[in-house]
Design a protein around this ligand. Structure first.
Ligand code: AMP
Length: 292
């Protein structure tokens, strides 16, 4: 496995791989790797010849009062984990080279970035789309793998790829969870022992929502209220949002029908945690047999 830190060197490597007709895949991450990230590498491994993982804590996607400085980092450990998962190249650039002064160009996806996480993080997605666009130009992949954990991010990236005509296939891989259901996240390390237990309520509330839908509930307000009540029983949990939205437009749903994304963000002590599930809402059919 190679580690490349310079942009020009990565571009040259990508050009050479392309001449050899190798299929390049990209797995963008901010490092402090866990099983969730490694599952993306394995997905990329199965679908391409050369897997490039980028590790870059991207300053432009953090708000001024967010955790950019504290964000956990352990590059040496990441190298070992990436190697064990079958990564071929780690691209580990320097922030100064990625954003040289003066830096003036950003990529912005409209509308989809204004809802859900975009409400409390108004500049977050502009940072994400900008770095991902830059990584696409540097790594030159034919395929990129993202996690369903960041459901809104995946939808925004797919939109950017379509709107800017990137010739790149986007794969969205399932959420990897701890045994008790908590979605794996680098930010889980911020949780105290007591908060770690409380944090399981995110997934529990999503499961309650699914059960309610399976039992026939179709009113979003009733489901969201039950979720909120459950989460707010935890002393350190502060709900940022609980939403039930269309899986492509991210428009809020009131009477549930078809495929919906149930997404939430909750602060549990220091970290703001996100999670989601997709539920297929079946049309309620009257059992005519029983009426005969
Ligand atoms: P991050 O390093 O948190 O920016 O995440 C990098 C990529 O890994 C993103 O595409 C995330 O959606 C994905 N990811 C993070 N956590 C998980 C998880 N628990 N399961 C699956 N993918 C994940």
């Amino acid at each position: 496995m190679k580690v490349i830190t310079k942009i020009a060197e990565m571009q040259k490597e990508a050009d050479q791989l392309r001449i050899q007709e190798k299929k390049i895949s990209l797995v963008p991450t901010m490092g402090y790797l866990h099983e969730g990230h490694l599952s993306l590498v394995r997905e990329a491994r199965a679908r391409s010849d050369v897997v490039v993982m980028s590790i870059f804590v991207n300053p432009s996607q953090f708000g001024p009062s967010e955790d950019f400085k504290d964000y956990p980092r352990d590059f040496n450990h990441d190298v070992e984990l990436a190697r064990s998962a079958g990564c071929d190249i780690i691209f580990y650039p320097d922030a100064q080279e990625v954003y040289p002064e003066p830096y003036l160009t950003y990529v912005e996806v409209e509308r989809l970035t204004k809802v859900l996480c975009g409400v409390s993080r108004p500049t977050h997605f502009r940072g994400v789309t900008t770095i991902v666009a830059k990584l696409f130009n540097i790594v030159k992949p034919q395929l990129a793998v993202f996690g369903q954990k960041d459901a809104q991010q995946a939808i925004v990236i797919k939109r950017m790829v379509k709107d800017l005509n990137y010739d790149i296939e986007i794969i969205v891989a399932p959420i990897i969870r701890e045994k008790d259901g908590l979605a794996m996240s680098s930010r889980n390390t911020y949780l105290t022992k007591a908060q770690r237990i409380q944090a399981t309520v995110l997934y529990q509330s999503l499961m309650v929502a699914k059960k309610m839908i399976d039992a026939g509930e179709r009113k979003a307000t009733i489901i969201k209220k039950r979720m909120r009540d459950l989460i707010e029983q935890q002393p350190d949990a502060i709900v940022d949002y609980i939403e039930i939205v269309d899986t492509t437009t991210l428009e809020s749903q009131t009477a549930l029908n078809g495929e919906v994304l149930i997404a939430l963000a909750v602060k549990v002590g220091k970290p703001r945690l996100i999670d989601n599930i997709i539920v297929r809402v079946l049309e309620r059919t009257i059992n005519t047999e029983s009426l005969k």
